[in-house]
Every structure is written in structure tokens, then in C-alpha cells.
Write a protein of this length. Structure first.
Length: 57
């Protein structure tokens, strides 16, 4: 697994934790802070996985 995919997964997990804690404590600002982290992490993971899969072919 490339380093970019690991970084994407880490951002995805940390952002999801932020969203969950913000939703649980009813703090919308904290939850909205984690939302872009989730989107960037997912995008980074997806793109790096696709690039790695294409290089293997």
C-alpha cells in the first residue's frame, strides 16, 4: 500500500472521528471541521489506489 493511500486512510479515520464526536456533543462547527478531512482522505485514498492498480497492469 503506497504512502499516499495510508495518509488518505488516516485522514479518513481522523475526520470520521471528528464528525462523530461533533455530532455526539451537538457541536456543528467541530463536526464541519472533520467533514473536509473525510472528503480529502477518501479522495486521496481512491486516487492513489487507482494509480497503483493501473501501474500493476
Amino acid at each position: 500500500m503506497p504512502a499516499a493511500a495510508r495518509t488518505g486512510l488516516a485522514l479518513l479515520i481522523v475526520g470520521a472521528i471528528f464528525v462523530g464526536v461533533g455530532s455526539y456533543t451537538h457541536r456543528g462547527g467541530f463536526s464541519l471541521y472533520g467533514l473536509p478531512m473525510v472528503m480529502v482522505g477518501f479522495s486521496l485514498y481512491l486516487v492513489s489506489s487507482i494509480i497503483t492498480a493501473r501501474k500493476r497492469q
